[in-house]
Design a protein around this ligand. Structure first.
Ligand SMILES: Nc1ncnc2c1ncn2[C@@H]1O[C@H](COP(=O)(O)OP(=O)(O)O)[C@@H](O)[C@H]1O
Ligand SMILES: [Mg+2]
Length: 96
């Protein structure tokens, strides 16, 4: 697995907000500012390639998002089923 951690020193989230943060259309922002789709879409993208996404957050301190994805995903989000084969043959060409 590859682990990617993205952190901030922002406002943080309460435990109640943490629990709902990945729900579609859940936002604490005012109308017109938030869509509530950022973390929902991230969750769907990551789980689509058999990864996991978690968050650690403390109110007033900040938030860290932890994404873990397999080094060799079974499925490529952009290229579909042929993507891995294409990548492998491109890598071979690079090797000469
Ligand atoms: N980095 C962050 N720091 C604090 N709260 C966050 C952070 N990311 C997300 N949240 C909380 O989770 C909610 C949902 O986030 P998100 O899905 O990105 O939608 P949006 O940003 O449009 O509200 C936000 O409204 C906010 O309450
Ligand atoms: Mg957001």
């Amino acid at each position: 697995m590859i682990e990617i951690r993205v952190g901030d020193t922002g406002v943080g989230m309460s435990p109640q907000v943490c629990r709902r943060a990945f729900e579609s259309f859940f936002t604490t922002k005012e109308i017109g500012k938030g869509t509530g789709l950022g973390l929902f879409i991230s969750y769907n993208l990551v789980t689509e390639i058999d990864g996991t996404i978690e968050l650690e957050s403390e109110l007033g301190k900040g938030t860290t998002i932890i994404i873990r994805i397999p080094i060799r995903p079974k499925k490529d989000l952009i290229g579909g089923d042929d993507a891995e084969r294409d990548l492998l043959s491109a890598a071979k060409e690079d090797d000469g």
